[in-house]
Design a protein around this ligand. Structure first.
Ligand code: ADP
Length: 613
């Protein structure tokens, strides 16, 4: 501590909010301190091992000569008068090769390394490098001395697992620079690999890692200078879950929200989405759930086989905080996750961020706001809740990077409304922001109708927005057909309500038929068995094939003039379709059930491949 200037001292402590008094310099002015700067509190009371602790904190509010900071650690033993060390930096993460496969806490401390060195509890006031600075990477330059570059331009790459990891000029570099020297070879991420000269003639050294402040989008300076462009999402993120891809699509680079009452299958659904979605990189932020659930995520997840080969963990980063960690760290974890996702998007990859749950993040914000004695809004959430939720989801999107490659960041946030009440502020703000809503329902879970997404309350604004893609890749009728089937589900529900009162006899034959069609659609198309190897994932071409056949079956079946016949017919039909769902598309079973379905409906087998049978 001797050589570091003390620029402020503690004047008050209230849980994890600490108030500081700035010191004055020789001229009698307060030392400058900016909002969101990271400072370290140095408790004068040292632990038994005599180690000086540095408690990391972020400046929330600065007033004349005073500041409030939120501390990412327990503030036990912090005393009035304790000195503050300023970092001059905003809360940042380290970007570079070696991020994939890591499990971090909300401040990018690698949990495995900490567990190896210190057991399961991170000693207070300790920070560990976010990426392994000892590990060597084979760097392959793609530019030469003399090349002129700007922020975000790649200078070369290393191979990170199965991905080409681009090393880019720091995103905050101003103006054009000229490479003066660059070397090929195997280096650590802190070894200079290149030097460049900026427009003022100043030389800079480039390593394979750079720091980036988490509260600022990685792409922000690049978009501002038009080096990269934001584009409108135009492709679906294919999850291989029929209910999502067909009925409630999510765009690549889009946003979605999954609210989930406990036990409704949120964890299984998230696992399916991370595993089967057509994205390159998956980032999971497990923010503030109970410790047991987080342990579940980090032990089960790495073991999941990846349909693309290897294990899922090879292309995943997990960030987790349990509710026992300080709220400030919980709040930061979502920004850490989003920044890492943006970094890979900037390289031209498709990244998927699953934030579970944003309610905990909002609650952390509420606690902090309460301690700062800000004027509360609805249910004591800060008045800026809505804009915070918006600016979080706005970081998702499709980007054309400096090299003209598209990269996407799709953000799926879960919310956990207390008591399943969707009227509460966090769910409401989220619903106003996202474009897909997959409403998990305890009722459907209870009936074991998985995925327990209620098709009557769920919606997607992307169905229309992506119609160009559907026209080109499926057929021009797609969106209308899907809407027709959605209408059928609503009608079916109305009739079911009626039948609960009047019994089956109380409805007309036509209504009974409609009800059976809707039931069949639900059972064989919306419901999908996550634990069957084949049914767990249905690619889009198979979805279209099944959807077309099913639609035909629901509306072009033989005439039936009594309820028993109708019931019997649809029970058989549903049975065949379910078996079809369990069969490999190129296997004999698939053909068999395909044929059975045609026979049942007196359809001609038009499909050439099956015609000879
Ligand atoms: P939550 O995370 O919402 O508490 P889980 O995702 O752990 O709930 O799901 C609870 C149980 O429901 C699972 O153990 C599983 O038996 C069943 N389940 C959930 N989703 C599916 C699915 N898509 N297919 C089959 N079973 C499911």
């Amino acid at each position: 501590m001797k050589d570091v200037k003390i620029t402020a001292r503690v004047t008050g402590v209230r849980d994890d909010i600490v108030t500081l008094r700035l010191e004055k310099d020789e001229k009698g002015n307060f030392y400058p301190l900016i909002k969101n700067e990271v400072v370290y509190i140095c408790p004068s009371r040292v632990p038994q091992d005599n180690r000086q602790e540095y408690l990391q904190a972020e400046v929330l509010r600065v007033r004349h000569g005073e500041a409030d900071v939120q501390v990412f650690e327990n503030t036990r033993g912090v005393a009035v008068g304790d000195p503050i060390r300023q970092s001059g930096q905003m809360l940042s993460v380290t970007l570079g090769p070696g991020l994939l496969g890591q499990v971090y806490d909300g401040l990018q401390n690698p949990l495995e390394i900490i567990a190896g060195q210190h057991g399961f509890f991170l000693p207070r006031g300790l920070q560990v490098d976010g990426i392994d600075t000892q590990k060597q990477w084979a760097f392959q330059p793609t530019v030469k001395a003399g090349t002129r570059l700007k922020a975000g331009d790649p200078v070369g790459h290393v191979q990170e697992g199965r991905f080409k990891h681009k090393i880019m000029v720091p995103f905050n570099q101003v103006g054009e620079v000229e490479v003066t020297w660059i070397q090929e070879g195997t280096f650590t991420t802190t070894t200079p690999i290149a030097r460049f000269k900026d427009s003022k003639g100043k030389e800079h050294e480039l390593t394979m890692q750079q720091k980036w402040p988490v509260r600022i989008p990685v792409c922000q300076p690049l978009l501002a200078q038009r080096y990269s462009q934001r584009e409108y999402p135009e492709q679906p993120l294919l999850t291989s879950i029929r209910l999502i891809d067909t009925f409630f699509p999510i765009a690549k680079g889009g946003t979605a929200c999954i609210p989930g009452p406990f036990g409704a299958g949120k964890t299984v659904l998230q696992g399916l989405i991370s595993r089967f979605s057509d994205v390159d990189i998956v980032i999971i932020v497990a923010c503030g759930e109970r410790a047991g659930e987080v342990v579940e995520t980090i032990t089960e997840f790495p073991a999941l086989p990846d349909p693309k080969g290897g294990t899922l963990m090879d292309r995943t980063i997990i960030i987790c905080n349990t509710s026992s960690m300080p709220v400030a760290a919980r709040e930061a974890s979502i920004y850490t996750g989003i920044t890492l996702s943006e970094y890979y998007r900037q390289m031209g990859y498709n990244a998927l961020l699953i934030a579970d749950s944003t309610s905990r993040w909002a609650q952390a914000m509420r606690e902090t706001s309460g301690r700062l004695e800000e004027i509360p809004g609805e249910e004591a959430f800060p008045a800026y809740l809505d804009s915070s939720v918006k600016s979080l989801y706005e970081r998702a999107g499709l980007i054309r990077n400096n090299e003209g490659e598209q990269g996407s960041l799709t953000l799926i946030g879960t919310v956990s409304p207390a008591g399943g009440n969707f009227e509460e502020p966090v769910t409401q703000s989220t619903l106003r922001t996202v474009k897909t809503f997959l409403g998990l329902s305890a009722d459907r879970a209870y009936k074991r109708a998985y995925p327990a997404v209620d098709p009557l309350i769920s919606w997607s604004r992307y169905l229309e927005q992506l119609s160009g893609w559907y026209n080109e890749h499926l057929d021009a009728q797609w969106v209308d057909d899907v809407k027709q089937m959605q209408g059928l589900l609503t009608q079916g529900e109305d009739i079911q309500q009626m039948m609960q009162v009047t019994g089956e006899e109380g409805v007309t034959l036509q209504d009974f038929l409609t009800y059976n069609r809707a039931q069949c659609l639900d059972q064989v198309y919306l419901q999908q068995d996550a634990f069957d190897d084949v049914d767990a994932s249905t690619d889009m071409s198979r979805q279209m094939r099944i959807f077309r056949l099913l639609k035909r079956c629901l509306f072009e079946h033989p005439n039936m003039d009594d309820k028993d016949t109708i019931r019997e017919h649809f029970t058989k039909l549903a049975g065949f379709f379910r078996n079809l769902n369990y069969s490999h598309e190129d296997g004999p079973d698939f053909r068999r059930y395909w044929k059975e379905i045609h026979n049942l409906n007196h359809f001609q087998l038009l499909d050439g491949t099956f015609a000879e049978e």
